[in-house]
Design a protein around this ligand. Structure first.
Ligand code: PEP
Length: 247
């Protein structure tokens, strides 16, 4: 499968950044064998959609309801109308800061897929769990809880160890590859042989300097990139490394 590299801008950026990013991006060589997705903050979805032709648009979250009196929420249908084809669901920041549960993640993922968009379901253990050697158990539990009643079409799984997000501490390629193998087995057990085709991407302090070694791993199909995705050149280098890893 082609690589998949997704930028998660979190609550960063501005119209000025979008202008600068797209100007720089257009000067960089086009990429093949990799799908590139930009997930800006929701108010900037329209501006990003207008500024780029060769990247897909994604959102960082969505409501767990179809529509109604839910002040401040954004439905999947609205995201679809704005041109989104991906939605990140259950990022560890949403789980930790907004108490999002596996059950809510599963509802959101099912809504996203029912609308024909890709659901990027995030899972990952804390440092405490890894130090206790419980990472496989925790990630499997989180994955199965987050996929209850979720179909496998248009599903993407992002493995993001919490201790590696925004910390500068990346999982070693061996740690990431091993966990992706565990996730792959779990997906195949849960969905049957179609589980083998679900992309599993890695996130956690991915940068141009460490991207190539991660993408050389058999089980890593791409990356969810936070900090390094705010700069066109560094994000392009990561996407380019994913493309080379697929060649
Ligand atoms: C993320 O926010 O999903 C992420 C992986 O962030 P960073 O790359 O900054 O660690």
């Amino acid at each position: 499968m082609a690589g998949l590299v997704i930028a998660n801008w979190k609550m960063h950026g501005s119209l000025g950044l979008i202008e600068e990013f797209s100007r720089e991006w257009q000067l960089l060589p086009p990429l093949s064998e990799v799908s590139v997705v930009l997930c800006p903050p929701a108010p900037y979805l329209g501006a990003v959609s207008n500024a780029f032709e060769d990247v897909a648009l994604g959102a960082q979250n969505c409501a767990d309801q179809v529509e109604g009196a839910f002040t401040g929420e954004i439905s999947v249908q609205m995201l679809s109308e704005l041109g989104c084809s991906y939605v990140i669901i259950g990022h560890s920041e949403r789980r930790a800061l907004y108490s999002e549960t596996d059950a809510q993640v599963a509802v959101k993922a099912a809504l996203v897929i029912a609308q024909g968009l890709h659901a990027v379901v995030c899972v990952g253990e804390t440092l405490e769990h890894r130090d206790a050697g419980q990472q496989d158990k925790i990630v499997i539990e989180q994955l199965l809880g987050s996929l209850a009643q979720v179909p496998c079409e248009n599903l993407v799984v992002a493995y993001e160890p919490v201790w590696a997000i925004g910390t500068g501490r990346t999982a070693t390629p061996a740690q990431a590859d091993a966990m992706h193998g565990v996730i792959r087995s779990c997906l195949c057990e849960h969905f049957g042989e179609v589980g083998a085709g679900i992309p599993i991407i890695y996130g956690g302090s991915v940068k141009p300097e460490n991207a190539s070694v991660l993408f050389e791993c058999d089980n890593i199909d791409g990356s969810l990139v936070g900090g390094a995705s705010l700069n066109a050149n560094s994000f392009w280098q990561i996407a380019s490394a994913a493309s080379a890893g697929r060649a």
